[in-house]
Write a protein that binds this ligand. Structure first.
Ligand code: SAM
Length: 278
């Protein structure tokens, strides 16, 4: 019988955030696939666990993925961990999940720490609708295309960034979205120097130009304000009703369709149409 793949999230700072279920899964797995075995070894030592570790990271994932799938198909259970947070979220794992699913292997995700969600929840920005944008590319062209595609994005946006690239990213975000756009910079989450700076893109650029950023950051950027629809004029409504009637629609149906197209109440369009015909 085939084994299983477990995705096991690990703390993003505070080691107390490992869950009972995550610990038990690590303990019971036949082997652990880790992004960096040295980092995971520290966590396992902290948990008092001795386990067999294999490495699974960006540059060996194609080759190692096959080996891991083979072992699971032969009956072993694998727990996948990354250096911190949830595997497969801006971390290795996405491909392994796909490979396992394609091989008919059951994949189970244990819920737990994720920097993006931790940051969003304390950001003070709208949380009802959001999109995860991960890291911006360092290549100029794809970075610019990525930002351009987000100019009209109305959902709250979540970005990851390394401290040494933070200032350049804030400058690019301010250029793309304007300096007044609200941002929450969530730094060193769950650690001693945890901090949330709720400000605007322009002010964030000033702040980190004066004091170079330190530590890990998640950026939570407010979405674009909803565009105000231009109110349809009486002339637009009258002309549309006339055009639809000329195509053979009854006045009633022409009014109904115009009201729908221009997002106006039917009785308003009806009055406009009658006035136009008088
Ligand atoms: N898979 C991980 C997760 O679920 O959170 C994310 C891994 S990604 C390679 C690392 C990025 O996550 C960092 O560059 C930073 O943007 C963010 N991050 C991780 N830990 C953090 C922390 N304690 N505080 C703030 N941001 C953090």
């Amino acid at each position: 019988m085939a084994g299983m793949l477990y995705l096991v999230p690990t703390p993003i700072g505070n080691l107390g955030d490992i869950s009972i279920r995550a610990r038990e899964t690590l303990e019971q797995a036949d082997f652990i696939a880790a992004e960096d075995t040295r980092v995971s070894l520290k966590l396992l030592n902290h948990l008092g666990l001795k386990k067999s570790l294999v490495s699974y990271y960006e540059h060996n994932k194609a080759f190692k993925g096959d080996k891991i799938v083979e072992r699971i198909l032969a009956g072993e259970t694998c727990a996948l961990v990354s250096d911190a947070g949830s595997p497969a979220i801006s971390d290795p794992g996405e491909d392994l999940v796909r490979q396992c699913a394609a091989a008919g292997i059951v994949v189970c995700a244990i819920p737990g720490p994720c920097a993006a969600i931790t940051a969003l929840s304390i950001s003070g920005q709208a949380t009802g609708r959001f999109c995860f944008e991960g890291f911006l590319s360092t290549a100029k062209k794809s970075r610019r295309e990525h930002l351009e595609s987000l100019v009209k994005e109305q959902r709250t946006m979540i970005f990851y960034e390394a401290p040494h690239k933070l200032l350049a990213t804030l400058e690019d975000l301010a250029e793309a979205f304007g300096p007044d756009r609200p941002i929450s910079l969530c730094r060193e989450l769950t650690k001693l120097h945890e901090e949330v700076v709720r400000t605007t893109l322009g002010e964030a650029v000033e702040k980190y130009t004066e004091n170079p950023p330190k530590g890990e950051f998640v950026l939570i950027v407010a979405g674009a304000p909803a565009e105000e629809k231009e109110a349809a004029s009486d002339t637009d409504a009258a002309a549309r009703v006339q055009a639809l009637m000329a195509q053979g629609l009854s006045r009633k149906d022409a009014v109904k369709q115009t009201a729908k197209e221009l997002d106006l109440p039917k009785n308003v369009v009806y009055d406009i149409a009658l006035k136009d015909e008088a």
